[in-house]
Design a protein around this ligand. Structure first.
Ligand SMILES: [Cu+2]
Length: 139
């Protein structure tokens, strides 16, 4: 009986931090200049790896779209880049050369976050894309 309880407690141990893969495309089945997936909900301490599946993209945090206390980041064009997100909240991610064309994605770190606020500085295309992403995300 004691052994069974021990095994159960081991099984209940939280999973190790995960790495979530995001691919960057000039065009995917879902459209041009796009991150696949364009939405992630991850646990604090998980990592996100941005893979340049097609060339000429990067991943950078958008000013005013990262949680207070989180560290901004910006990968190099065509870099295979991994970052670990520890501060809970919503992170807006942009491709620097294609931001105005709406190449953005949203990462939610943690659960039960307040609504994402879209800054006025977004281009119309980026704003539209975020609105689509937010509308399509799971509860
Ligand atoms: Cu791009």
């Amino acid at each position: 009986m004691k052994i069974a309880a021990l095994i159960l407690s081991l099984l209940a141990t939280p999973a190790l931090a995960e790495t979530h893969v995001v691919q960057m495309f000039n065009r995917s089945d879902n459209g041009p200049m796009i991150y696949e997936p364009s939405f992630l909900r991850i646990a604090p301490g998980d990592s996100v790896r941005f893979v340049p599946t097609q060339p000429s993209h990067n991943a950078a945090t958008i000013d005013d779209m990262i949680p207070a206390g989180a560290e901004p980041f910006k990968s190099k064009i065509n870099e295979d880049f991994t970052t670990t997100l520890t501060v809970p909240g919503s992170y807006g991610i942009k491709c620097s050369p294609h931001f105005a064309m709406g190449m953005v994605m949203l990462i939610e770190v943690g659960d039960d976050l307040p609504d994402t606020v879209l800054p006025d500085t977004l281009s119309d295309r980026a704003k539209q894309r975020f609105e689509q992403i937010i509308a399509a995300r799971p509860e």
